[in-house]
Design a binder for this molecule. Sequence first.
Ligand SMILES: CC(=O)SCCNC(=O)CCNC(=O)[C@H](O)C(C)(C)COP(=O)(O)OP(=O)(O)OC[C@H]1O[C@@H](n2cnc3c(N)ncnc32)[C@H](O)[C@@H]1OP(=O)(O)O
Ligand SMILES: O=C([O-])CC(=O)C(=O)O
Length: 371
Amino acid sequence: MSATKGLEGVVAASTSISSIIDDTLTYVGYDIDDLAENASFEEVVYLLWYRRLPNAIELEDLKIQLAANASIPAAVVDHIKSYPIKQVHPMAALRSAISFLGLFDEEADDQSEEANFRKAIRIQAKIPTLVTAFSRIRKGLEPVAPRKDFGFAENFLYMLTGSEPDSIAVEAFNKALVLHADHELNASTFTARVCVATLSDVYSGVTAAIGALKGPLHGGANEQVMKMLTEIGSVENVESYINNKIANKEKIMGFGHRVYRLGDPRAKHLREMSEKLTKLTGESKLYDMSVKIEALVTSQKNIPPNVDFYSASVYHSLGIDHDLFTPIFAVSRVSGWLAHILEQYANNRLIRPRADYVGPNKQQYIKLEDR
Ligand SMILES: CC(=O)SCCNC(=O)CCNC(=O)[C@H](O)C(C)(C)COP(=O)(O)OP(=O)(O)OC[C@H]1O[C@@H](n2cnc3c(N)ncnc32)[C@H](O)[C@@H]1OP(=O)(O)O
Ligand SMILES: O=C([O-])CC(=O)C(=O)O
């Protein structure tokens, strides 16, 4: 038995949710380019969960359900207030808060399909409220209650700032949510599936997935990209900074992908958004720096940017705190995690691969006093 490092190329599940074939990403067979241009995030959630686009009544119903379930128990707000707020990363806070939230769900351990769909709605609806509540509490502000008349993207931005967002921000944020919603068997989705394949509950699956998304080789990369842009500081500094990284064989965050070889199809949408939004906020320097970094990394390493690279300057332009970039990824990706969790339950088998043992053999136990 020999191991495939990082399970590269291993097909570990069948799915009808999303696919990456020849560098093209589809959700249920719809090209991501089509969805990014045309779909609302709520339509995408419906598509991922029910494998078809909703009609107007079904979409309205989903929106009503999301709005109706967006509030979180007061005990969860108090729990967040008890965190060591100055030192805690928002992804760690979200991981804890979602787990704590599960304690209040009376159906947490009801494994029926109907109960699992109801939990999916509740989790999808409440995740934005958790992230924005944390963000406000650490600034010494009270959380803002979700509005029933706002769509998902609008509500998130509203709860974050307490003011009604403009239509450009809502449109951009909606597109970012659509682009991040699902991605075949990425690390966090695989984590969720492994967890629930033991027939553990939905909250455990989502909590585990948040833990996997947090890492800088996965969802955590978007925050690291912004850190890099901040460190570089100017277009003039880009060349020496990047050349130095390449010379030292250091990874450049926001570049590379396990599956895409020619490039991540989501990156061009975020690049366009970054150009537009950074111009509007008078910070086109960030876009110019990003374009220069992309030119250097692709020409010297032939490694194209992934979804995380331009999303950093997009979220920055929307006025979002840099350490909230990955929680925002979770706010969108939870739709995919939940779709995969439901798909796993529907056709379950324990996920339990083998390991190639490379340790010592035939050792003899030596008593403690003799060691
Ligand atoms: C939403 C997402 O999760 S998208 C990915 C977000 N993560 C990042 O942006 C972090 C930076 N990127 C990376 O670390 C990697 O490209 C990953 C983790 C995304 C994919 O990793 P893998 O498929 O395991 O590729 P691996 O790390 O083995 O890289 C293959 C080669 O390309 C190089 N490489 C890959 N990515 C980068 C990068 N970002 N910068 C510089 N070199 C890179 C590696 O150094 C390696 O070179 P070598 O063969 O000379 O040693
Ligand atoms: O698929 C992956 O490995 C990572 C990724 O791009 C995503 O999760 O969106």
